[in-house]
Design a protein around this ligand. Structure first.
Ligand code: UDP
Length: 361
């Protein structure tokens, strides 16, 4: 079987690192990089640090607006897919690259495998939520990170087959956390002490594209009760600059701004933080895996288990609610294994094997 995998964004490089090598032991894989994240701090550093096989094909589609990006990726991806005589296209998550890969597979008539299928925030204003729903409905095989995701797909009566495999990003995070603690120099380099600082990330369109909401985010940063480190996503930096807010954030003495960090430094900072504030899906999950309390700067999440267990609090951009969540004492007592314990990549390959067999019978 020949699988063509399309990736293009930071979290997808992490996810593919759990699957590509295992997949290649069993099948042929052509790894295609859309170029959606092209900046080396969001792309090359992940290939290096996670020992991800180099992309076989680079589509080189850079930072253009949403529908242009989807169209350009499809236009460049289709001939590659046809030439590769692919038996399956594999996509991860919920980005423009994911949607473009799924639509191209549908156009070419190639079966689609969706990894991290069935995640739902039930917030249809989120572009990622719309992408997820479309991709799941186009997929022949939906591979889910959680039992909740599997239930979501059943409720939507999707036509493909769905299976619970665990979370592939968790495989990588769990394997890399001890490595990151040992190898990273990030804490001394930033003058931070373990357990005494907050780690912040924010880049969702819903938080940074609307100037009024971006200002609320800045007000929340101004109110933080402890030293904090904020690796700034390029999208957020541009919005802060154009909104005239970057100077206000830079002026905050207790907030250290950094460029986006490589995985090893980021995981080290995350696993030593007092708490994490984020609007990222992956970072919420990684905070849970590291048993670090998380304050999520969104009104809804797909990673509902983390909230139900008390490790994650949803505050949107409500400053008072964020401060209240940060003031909580102690951690929840229960910390069950939620995301497959590190073997999801293997389960993905086994699920493809079962499905491939079923598909060719
Ligand atoms: N990440 C990183 N460096 C950073 C910020 C995030 O390595 O400066 C990693 C993080 O550990 C997680 C992934 O990037 O594995 C999450 O990516 P992002 O927040 O861009 O995407 P989302 O999960 O929200 O789709």
């Amino acid at each position: 079987m020949q699988v063509v995998t399309l990736v293009g964004n930071r979290p997808q490089f992490v996810k593919a690192a759990a699957v590509s090598k295992l997949l290649r032991e069993r099948y042929g894989e052509l790894l295609v990089h859309s170029g959606q994240h092209y900046d080396s701090s969001l792309s090359a550093v992940f290939f290096e640090q996670l020992d991800l096989p180099a992309a076989d094909v680079e589509l080189g589609i850079g930072p253009v607006s949403g529908s242009d990006q989807i169209g350009l990726i499809m236009h460049a991806f289709e001939p590659i897919l046809r030439d590769a005589e692919a038996d399956a296209v594999m996509v991860y998550g919920d980005t423009n690259t994911t949607l473009a890969g799924a639509l191209t597979a549908a156009k070419v008539g190639c079966p689609l495998v969706h990894v991290e299928a069935g995640m739902r925030s039930f917030d249809s204003d989120m572009p990622e939520e719309r992408n997820r729903v479309i991709v799941d409905h186009l997929a022949s095989l939906c591979l889910c990170s959680t039992a909740t995701a599997l239930e979501n797909l059943a409720a939507e009566e999707i036509r493909g087959r769905s299976e619970l495999v665990g979370d592939v990003m968790a495989d990588v995070s769990l394997a890399m956390m001890p490595v990151a603690r040992e190898r990273s120099n990030a804490l001394p380099a930033l003058g931070l002490e373990p357990g005494e600082y907050l780690l912040v990330t924010a880049h969702r369109a819903g938080n940074v594209d609307d100037p009024a909401r971006l200002e609320r985010l800045v007000e929340l940063l101004e109110a933080l009760p402890a030293p904090a480190v904020f690796p700034v996503h390029p999208r957020t930096r541009v919005r802060l600059e154009t909104g005239g807010l970057l100077d206000r954030v830079t002026a905050l003495e207790r907030l250290k701004l950094t460029p986006p960090l490589g995985y090893i430094d980021f995981l080290c900072l995350l696993s030593n933080a007092r708490a994490v504030l984020t609007d990222s899906g992956g970072v919420q999950k990684e905070a849970y895996l590291a048993a670090i309390p998380c304050v999520t700067l969104r009104e809804a999440t797909e990673w509902v288990e983390t909230v139900e267990l008390g490790w994650n609090v949803l505050v949107g951009l409500d400053r008072a609610a964020a401060l209240e969540a940060l003031a909580r004492n102690g951690s929840p007592r229960e910390h069950p294994e939620l995301y497959g314990g590190g073997s999801a990549g293997q389960s993905v390959v086994e699920a493809i094997e079962r499905w491939g067999g079923a598909n060719t019978q």
